[in-house]
Design a protein around this ligand. Structure first.
Ligand SMILES: CCCCCCCCCCCCCCCC(=O)SCCNC(=O)CCNC(=O)[C@H](O)C(C)(C)COP(=O)(O)OP(=O)(O)OC[C@H]1O[C@@H](n2cnc3c(N)ncnc32)[C@H](O)[C@@H]1OP(=O)(O)O
Length: 272
């Protein structure tokens, strides 16, 4: 750490002293070099930035459906004044960062370089909207959790055909041109989201938990790029075990895409 800081300090010194350098660079090239160096300094890794980015806030990639639902739940998160006291409304938005700790500890299997590069699987793709775009809200009494999920193009899974049986021959050519194909979300990506939503829900109820069992039934494919709702409900807690059930539906709730149950076990470190 000390060495890194020393290097940064030296870097700053060299940038500041650029105009004094006896160099044959053209003045405009020197200015350009300085601009590039300063930009580099400003885009240093997250560990040097003062504030972590919350990825569960609206961005330009969010579709109209995602925004509407976000507004719907977020409006219920505002605080209400009752007498002198401030009272929370029914839902709370769960902030989402791209790593657990400012400096990921990594564990014994990770080298120091990998530790500093460790990122949450669902928040590690930089392009907004390219993969897992989601926001989570948990109910005040913590029995329920809801996630608005927009599946980006990097989560492509199987393909399906939009043509009806009777028209298959007539449209054969166009099908060849891929005009009538629809793409669906990869089942592994759906499982990842179910795990993420249920584990977050369970984490709100108790700390230091691990997924012990995840049971998924895929009922209807999810079109790539669409927005869906992931609803998770607490079934029961039993000693160190937390049982949660989960449903993935269309935003109006009319289509059931996936249903799952998850079992979480509280770490022995917490006793129980
Ligand atoms: C505001 C708040 C913000 C919060 C913000 C949160 C951020 C959220 C970040 C997201 C982060 C993503 C993270 C994703 C979640 C993972 O992906 S977790 C990673 C995948 N899971 C693993 O690697 C777990 C590997 N397995 C294990 O470590 C251990 O088997 C376990 C699960 C800890 C259990 O081991 P153990 O503590 O020794 O427990 P054990 O005594 O064997 O069993 C305890 C009980 O559970 C039962 N059990 C254990 N395993 C099973 C099983 N597979 N099936 C059925 N029953 C089982 C046992 O039968 C026993 O039952 P009882 O006899 O008590 O009735």
């Amino acid at each position: 750490m000390a060495r890194t800081l020393c290097r940064i300090f030296k870097g700053c010194q060299s940038i500041c002293s650029l105009p004094l350098m006896k160099t044959r660079l053209h003045p405009s090239a020197s200015v350009l070099l300085r601009t590039v160096c300063v930009r580099r300094m400003l885009t240093l890794p997250f560990r040097f930035s003062p504030k972590a980015q919350d990825f569960s806030l609206p961005n330009s990639s969010w579709g109209a459906e995602m925004r509407q639902l976000y507004e719907h739940y977020n409006s219920q998160c505002e605080e209400e004044m009752k007498g002198e006291e401030k009272q929370d409304w029914a839902w709370k938005r769960v902030p989402s960062y791209n790593r657990t700790l400012k400096h990921a500890t990594g564990g014994v299997y990770l080298s120091k370089i990998y530790q500093s590069k460790a990122r949450f699987f669902t928040r590690n793709i930089k392009e907004p909207g390219a993969a897992f775009e989601y926001v989570l809200f948990v109910s005040k009494d913590e029995q329920k959790c809801v996630c608005i999920f927009q599946a980006g193009h990097l989560l492509e899974g199987p393909q399906g055909s939009l043509i009806l049986k009777n028209h298959a021959t007539a449209f054969f050519r166009r099908v060849q041109e891929e005009k009538y194909w629809i793409r669906y979300v990869h089942g592994g990506a759906i499982a990842t989201m179910i795990d993420t939503v249920t584990v977050t829900h369970a984490s709100v109820l108790t700390l230091l938990i691990m997924t012990a069992n995840l049971n998924i039934n895929y009922r209807r494919p999810i079109p790539l790029g669409s927005t869906v709702l992931i609803d998770s409900s607490l079934n029961k807690t039993e000693g160190r075990k937390v049982l949660i059930s989960c449903k993935v539906t269309s935003t109006d709730g009319s289509k059931l895409h996936t249903e799952a149950t998850a079992l979480f076990v509280v770490s022995r470190l917490l006793g129980g």
